[in-house]
Design a protein around this ligand. Structure first.
Ligand code: XIL
Length: 366
């Protein structure tokens, strides 16, 4: 007969094994909890795409059903030289998705950041146009049958809603945005096409975003959805603007997605996610190296809970919520806008253990 003591010993051993591997079987699954509401995604880095850590792979597969490459499909990486493409890791990502039943969102075709260095040497409209056409055709057609969607254009707007000055706007004029959608649709007719930006829940930028979307629609090109990146700050999440935005974007006939969700807990003197904007290093900007104070932890949990409540309220319009990283240790916010900080913006800690925010979010489905 198995005694109670034996059962206790075995379950303790399982818990310890779970803790050592960083993966506990007893963690509820986000993707399962929200399976009738919206997709749950994550950004994946190279190590995760290449499955270097089996416990990490198992964890990703247990929690997420959608994924966006954090960097490997950006033009600097996938198109490093004028006539050279590097599809090695992007192809692995597509395999990863197929193998684990995870839908891939391509990120991103046309963006002013992380461009290949050769772009800087180009001084003619013809050459920019050739790069633009070849890049979209080559990359979009390669994955036309095995990714779910593309962030066709990323971050084309300024904070006041006007068009951002980029190499594409400079040389090709404002029509480049609709043209990017037209070319992607031509190369990948069955893939969903999105516009993606940060702060596009803020009224002025949102107005510009709506205008941009209407122009794409008026051009006859297809646009299926809009991504609100969702790089927000603890205690300052703009819930009202977010809800307004969900309504207004959905009224255009688009799917609404939260595509790069994280909630910053460290000091910052600006909002948004312009990757070219940085702050100098200073120890006062990195206050929580020994752990997150309980008060901040609770505020983070309350913010995530209220956000997911809002997403659920509008689940007929919100199709996906993607976190920008699997756990706090993977987050780009440890290195941006200040290098070398200890940040805590996600639902899982550095060992893939759920934080109080995770239990608040999962609790909404109980
Ligand atoms: C970030 C990545 O997370 C970093 O690893 C990289 O160094 C810079 O870009 N908006 C976007 C994402 O659309 O592609 C950015 O990702 C974060 C802001």
């Amino acid at each position: 007969m198995i005694s109670k003591r034996n059962i206790r010993a075995v379950s303790t051993a399982i818990l310890i094994m779970g803790a050592i591997s960083g993966f506990s079987q007893s963690i509820p699954s986000l993707k399962d909890a929200f399976k009738n509401d919206f997709g749950i995604g994550t950004a994946l880095n190279n190590s995760q795409i290449e499955e270097r850590d089996p416990a990490m792979t198992a964890f990703i597969v247990s929690q997420f059903n959608m994924a966006t490459p954090e960097n490997v499909m950006k033009s600097a990486l996938i198109h490093p030289k004028w006539d050279t493409y590097d599809f090695v890791v992007p192809d692995k990502l597509v395999e990863f998705g197929k193998k684990h039943n995870i839908k891939i969102n391509g990120h991103t075709l046309i963006w002013h950041s992380q461009l290949p260095s050769f772009i800087r040497g180009i001084r003619s409209k013809d050459s920019i146009q050739t790069f633009f056409n070849d890049h979209i055709k080559t990359v979009a057609s390669r994955y036309k049958d095995n990714i779910f969607s593309w962030d066709v254009v990323n971050e084309a707007l300024n904070e006041d809603g006007t068009l951002r000055k980029t190499v594409f706007l400079d040389y090709l004029g404002e029509g480049y945005i609709a043209e990017a959608f037209r070319l992607t649709q031509q190369a990948a007719p069955n893939v969903e096409l999105y516009y993606n930006d940060y702060n596009n829940e803020q009224p002025a930028k949102r107005a510009g975003c709506i205008e941009l979307i209407k122009k794409v629609q008026a051009s006859g090109a297809r646009i299926d959805g809009v991504g609100i990146q969702g790089h927000w700050h603890v205690g300052k999440v703009p819930f009202k603007d977010i809800e307004e935005s969900i309504m207004q974007y959905a009224a255009l006939g688009l799917k609404v997605m939260f595509t790069e969700l994280d909630i910053e807990v460290l000091p910052r003197n600006f909002q948004g996610a312009d990757v070219n904007q940085r702050m100098g290093s200073d120890p006062t900007l990195n206050p929580y190296t020994a752990g997150l104070p309980d008060e901040v932890q609770q505020q983070l949990a309350a913010d995530y809970e209220a956000l997911f409540k809002l997403f659920l309220k509008h689940k007929d319009k919100v199709t996906r919520v993607t976190f920008w990283g699997v756990n706090d240790g993977n987050s780009w916010l440890n290195g941006w806008p200040v290098r070398g900080r200890t940040n805590y913006p996600l639902l899982f800690d550095r060992n893939n253990q759920p934080k109080p925010a995770f239990y608040k979010v999962i609790g909404l489905k109980k």
